[in-house]
Design a protein around this ligand. Sequence first.
Ligand SMILES: CC(C)(COP(=O)(O)OP(=O)(O)OC[C@H]1O[C@@H](n2cnc3c(N)ncnc32)[C@H](O)[C@@H]1OP(=O)(O)O)[C@@H](O)C(=O)NCCC(=O)NCCS
Length: 118
Amino acid sequence: MFQVGVDIEDISRFENKTQEKDSHFLNRIYTKNELKYCFSNSHPAKHLAARFCAKEAVVKALNGLVKKMPKYSDIEILKKENGAPFVNLLNCNENIEISVSLSHDREKAVAFAAAQKN
Ligand SMILES: CC(C)(COP(=O)(O)OP(=O)(O)OC[C@H]1O[C@@H](n2cnc3c(N)ncnc32)[C@H](O)[C@@H]1OP(=O)(O)O)[C@@H](O)C(=O)NCCC(=O)NCCS
């Protein structure tokens, strides 16, 4: 079975987050690899927002496909050498294939996910 999910967020929700001040929120949602990528950029908020969208889109796409929904911090969004995002589903032993696509402009971030159980 093949399912899709989508999400959109205001980037402003993620402005001024710092790894010192907001560690509780950040570590609950993001992996170390994701935080490293987001905070290595000049405008972390748009990358944090896009990854948050991606996690919500993945949860929507996984509805009914998995026995137990993964935590946000177990839905890791990494990047291929060419910049394209991919999902690393942590702590999950089900055979699930997921594709994601992210976009951001000045105000909004969006993500689209497709999931298939093999
Ligand atoms: C990929 C591309 C269309 C992105 O367009 P854009 O309008 O600048 O950016 P958007 O805001 O819509 O999307 C940004 C997101 O696109 C994704 N992205 C980047 N490169 C990508 C690619 N090659 N394929 C798919 N998605 C890509 C990333 O997830 C990025 O968000 P992130 O940095 O938070 O992870 C554009 O950068 C492009 O055409 N690049 C050249 C393609 C290429 O192959 N470059 C690599 C050469 S080796």
